[in-house]
Design a protein around this ligand. Structure first.
Ligand SMILES: Cc1cc2nc3c(=O)[nH]c(=O)nc-3n(C[C@H](O)[C@H](O)[C@H](O)COP(=O)(O)OP(=O)(O)OC[C@H]3O[C@@H](n4cnc5c(N)ncnc54)[C@H](O)[C@@H]3O)c2cc1C
Length: 433
């Protein structure tokens, strides 16, 4: 029985694999592992690029029996679900109830706990990160205690453990603040580098959610602006044929084949990126929110993403481009650009800081290390914070200087997991022993 992550970079052979169905079953596994001096790792769908979810040689807990909505509170506008539920299943269930999350990232394959625990975020809005949308959770600690946490109960744990990296306990349920189901209109528009730089602040101010993709070695970007519609009756989704052609065939099948072929002859990449960028056309469509926020990603890639201060973002992007242009690297995947408002989640990349995200990708068969190593010092020099689930090289010393409440989190870890039942190599690197 081996575990591996989506990108194929991480592998482990756990000693045992169990699918607990309740807080009590999870607590029993934790207590047993602690007594045996081994570790327990609750894994999601393995969509983190880092080894954050690796069970090592310890016990792996699967999310498959811990799914479904457990409570809907229409007065408080909150929904509670088991933490192993997939985001796409929650989205569908919420839509059936006439409800929606406020914001999300660009896929919905992840488990709720996995996405929340690594600080998964979308772009724009009032809260971009899923953890900032939490109203509470239930946690099994490293001593097997079951804690209900919210701003009113165990508030210190709620405060610090929303992005918990799987290091502070196992989430059993999560409670999200939700809102009535809403529709988004997406306007996708190719732009030149100059036009993008001149208009980015207006684009971000004029739409609820702005996303952009720069094609390396070109002057071209694709921008996507999502804005709320007044009514669900106004939606005009893409036809099935257009959605299949654009989102499935072009963005997955054709893009996957082209980028795989380009690995064999990297010299063609600049021309290929020019061609890909010139094939982009403007389009406008609308749909219920989660269908606009999320897409399918079938081409497997590697990714590093950093959040830098919002005000410095465009200058950092320009510096990244300058370095890439001077190098002999050839990069076939676009650089994704997003923004997020500051939040109050201690280990969120947007903690107390309006943020500008830069995400760098390579095809899974391409060499990502030299590219990421070239970009990472620029991002660090700009006080960048790396996404916990995406590739980076920082250790606990470097991260401590990035997060004002880092030592509070470490103290909570000592309290909730004194024997490091939840530890693995990644957590030892980013949090310390
Ligand atoms: C194609 C792709 C697209 C992505 N898009 C985005 C995006 O738009 N925005 C963004 O921010 N990120 C994005 N990510 C990153 C992704 O959202 C995170 O890495 C997320 O953690 C993956 O969730 P998962 O269920 O796969 O968790 P895993 O990777 O399996 O686990 C992540 C962490 O969560 C912990 N965990 C899992 N379950 C529990 C539990 N019950 N209790 C406590 N801890 C738990 C694990 O132990 C581990 O520490 C993307 C990743 C991929 C591969």
């Amino acid at each position: 029985m081996t575990w591996s992550n989506w990108s194929g970079l991480e592998h482990a052979t756990p000693s045992r694999v169990v699918a607990p169905a309740s807080a009590e079953e999870i607590a029993a596994q934790v207590v047993a592992a602690r007594a045996a001096g081994t570790t327990v790792k609750f894994t999601g769908t393995g969509h983190s690029f880092t080894g954050i979810a690796s069970p090592g040689r310890g016990v792996q807990l699967l999310p498959i029996a811990l799914t479904g909505i457990t409570a809907v509170d229409r007065e408080a506008m909150t929904v509670t679900a088991y933490a192993g539920m997939r985001l796409k299943d929650l989205n569908a269930a919420l839509a059936g109830l006439g409800l929606s999350l406020h914001n999300m990232g660009d896929i919905a394959e992840q488990t709720l706990a996995g996405a929340v625990s690594t600080g998964t975020h979308g772009t724009g809005g009032v809260m971009a990160g899923l953890a900032a949308q939490l109203a509470g959770f239930t946690l099994v600690t490293g001593t097997g205690e079951i804690l209900a946490c919210s701003p009113d109960v165990n508030a210190d744990v709620f405060d610090l453990a929303r992005v918990g990296l799987g290091a502070l306990g196992i989430l059993v349920t999560v409670t999200f603040r939700v809102e009535p189901l809403f529709a988004l209109e997406a306007v996708e528009e190719p732009m030149s580098w100059e036009e993008f730089h001149a208009s980015f602040d207006d684009l971000a101010a004029g739409a609820n959610h702005v996303d952009a993709y720069w094609f390396p070695h070109t002057d071209r970007l694709l921008t996507k602006r999502n804005s709320r519609l007044a009514s669900l009756d106004e939606i005009e989704p893409l036809s099935r044929a257009r959605a299949w052609f654009d989102d499935d065939f072009l963005q997955n099948t054709a893009f996957g084949a082209l980028t795989a072929a380009a690995n064999l002859a990297p010299g063609v990449i600049p021309r290929m990126n020019q061609m890909n960028a010139s094939l982009l056309s403007a389009r406008t469509y609308s749909d219920i929110a989660h269908r606009v926020f999320t897409t399918q990603r079938r081409v497997v890639f590697r990714e590093m993403e950093y959040a830098v201060p919002r005000a410095d973002g465009l200058a950092v992007l320009r510096e990244c481009r300058r370095l890439l242009d001077r190098s002999d690297l050839r990069i076939s995947f676009p650089v994704e650009i997003r923004v997020a408002p500051a939040d109050d989640v201690a280990l969120s990349t947007a903690y107390q800081r309006d943020s500008f995200y830069l995400a760098f990708h390579t095809h899974r068969a391409a060499e990502h290390r030299a590219y990421f190593a070239l970009m990472e010092p620029v991002l660090r020099a700009a006080e960048g914070r790396p996404h916990w689930g995406k590739l980076h090289t920082l250790d606990s010393t470097a991260l401590a200087s990035s997060y004002p409440r880092f030592t509070d989190v470490l103290a909570l870890r000592d309290r909730l997991d004194p024997d490091r039942v939840f530890a693995n190599d990644y957590l030892r690197r980013v949090l310390g022993p």
